[in-house]
Design a protein around this ligand. Structure first.
Ligand SMILES: [Zn+2]
Ligand SMILES: [Zn+2]
Length: 460
């Protein structure tokens, strides 16, 4: 059967014709709604989600006050929390929003129903927002922009009308998916069935606790799933470390992982969104990853995507170097030869009459503050004043330690004219500077190399 016109339109990527400067262009040409005002509150709230998000905890707490909690119902509620939570994390998020693995039809139907039980909108709606969140992270076009505060990114963005539409994000792949379309079409029936009917009926049939099932496994469990998954947008952009990149707000933290069924390694996730894992170490808490992996083992999932390990480690190394560079910049370093005066041999001799100057590997050092502290005794320094002590320093008399060489370099006051050896060697560069971290702008460009200029080569 030929697809209808509407369906055919759905298959055309919506971002295929956007301008190259889409973000800037959109921010410039579209006006946001004026800032939220309490006096307009009736028009400002998104009443459907407002009612669901405030009604659930109220009904749940009142229900819990009047309903005894049986341990069977408690155990089932926790279990059902994980089922519906996985519907979001393994289904909505990692399968549909990010396509990080392939799922067989039975698994897709299971995840679509489990996800409906979490009442967070249909797969289509949710994935569209989430793809915009990744594409426009921390900008006005990110529907849950973390820069607007913890409360806003957690739940505020669903309570009040958004000031702007989320940036464009294509979901034409999802529009073609029969399970996604089925869920979208029957969404209301599915949320009633999966969020309230199933968790009421199972405890009723198995241990005759329909009311407990409704209150604990239905309503209160829903409240927990909501705030658990909302933490991915709030807590995961606020608490923890940035081991892969610190350009944006996403962070890694065990506590976030614990409350989000493993979505807490969010710094990794924003860097490598197509990876089916959030946690890359086996001991880190990521039950969603374990679930997907187990599904693969029993043949329900395949093509689990992982980012090349080499590239993951580059990200980590970059951040480690950045931290080390900060440490490096907090320390004092010797004067560079370009910043020191060049002194002739005669002038060196003359000035050494007035203060204790010693020449070592082309640098003139003023050792006046060190003579009495020299571990080998002051006499060994005094006898070298006005002389070249390079050989004596580097093993002739004593093969000095790295620390001694580092300290010596701090006493540089000049460079002997013609006294610098060609190039750099271990005698000129103190040990602490041999692995110095330099920004690329401080290095000579590889593109200036003459090896690149001899004609038209083939790219390797
Ligand atoms: Zn995020
Ligand atoms: Zn994501």
């Amino acid at each position: 059967m030929a697809p209808t016109k509407k369906a055919a339109d759905d298959y055309t990527p919506v971002d295929i014709n956007i301008p190259d400067n889409y973000v800037e262009h959109t921010l410039k040409t579209t006006k946001p709604l004026p800032p939220f005002e309490w006096k307009n509150w009736r028009n400002e709230f998104q009443w459907l989600s407002f009612t669901i998000l405030t009604g659930t905890p109220i009904v749940g707490l009142i229900g819990a006050y009047y309903t005894r909690l049986r341990w069977e119902t408690l155990a089932f509620s926790v279990f059902y929390y994980f089922v519906t939570g996985l519907g979001i994390t393994a289904g909505y998020h990692r399968l549909w929003a990010h396509r990080s693995y392939n799922a067989s039809l039975p698994l897709q139907y299971f995840l679509a129903m489990a996800g409906a039980g979490a009442v967070e909108g249909s797969i289509k709606w949710w994935s569209r927002g989430h793809r915009a969140h990744h594409r426009y992270t921390d900008t006005e076009l990110d529907p849950y922009d973390a820069n607007k505060g913890f409360f806003y990114s957690h739940v505020g963005w669903m309570l009040v009308k958004p000031r702007r539409r989320p940036g464009v994000a294509d979901i034409s792949d999802l529009s073609k998916n029969p399970v996604v379309r089925w869920q979208h079409k029957h969404y209301i029936s599915l949320i009633l069935l999966c969020s309230f009917v199933i968790p009421t009926v199972i405890p009723w049939l198995l241990w005759n606790d329909a009311r407990g099932g409704y209150v604990y496994a239905g309503v209160l469990r829903l409240c927990f799933v909501h705030h658990s998954t909302f933490c991915v947008n709030s807590l995961a952009h606020w608490l923890g470390e940035t081991p892969f990149d610190d350009k944006h707000t996403p962070r890694d933290h065990f506590a976030t992982a614990l409350v989000t069924i493993g979505e807490g390694y969010h710094n990794f996730h924003h860097q490598f969104p197509m990876d089916y894992r959030n946690a890359i170490k086996w001991y880190q808490y990521d039950p969603t990853k374990w679930f997907i992996w187990a599904c693969k083992k029993v043949g329900l999932a395949s093509h689990l995507k992982t980012f090349p390990e080499n590239e993951v480690r580059k990200g980590q190394l970059t951040m480690q170097l950045k931290k080390l560079k900060e440490t490096q910049e907090r320390l004092a370093w010797p004067n560079d030869s370009n910043d020191l005066p060049v002194i002739s041999w005669e002038s060196f001799q003359e000035q050494a009459q007035k203060r204790p100057l010693i020449l070592i590997s082309g640098f003139i050092h003023d050792v006046s503050s060190f003579i009495d502290e020299h571990p080998g005794g002051p006499h060994l320094l005094v006898k070298m004043i006005g002389k070249d002590a390079t050989t004596a320093f580097f093993g002739g008399v004593y093969d000095h330690s790295n620390a001694a060489h580092n300290l010596l370099a701090m006493k540089r006051v000049g460079v002997l004219h013609g006294g610098m050896p060609h190039g750099l060697d271990d005698k000129v560069v103190p040990p602490s500077q041999r692995l110095k971290i330099a920004r690329y702008t401080e290095l000579s460009s590889p593109y200036n190399s003459s090896a690149m200029s001899d004609g038209e080569g083939l790219l390797g």
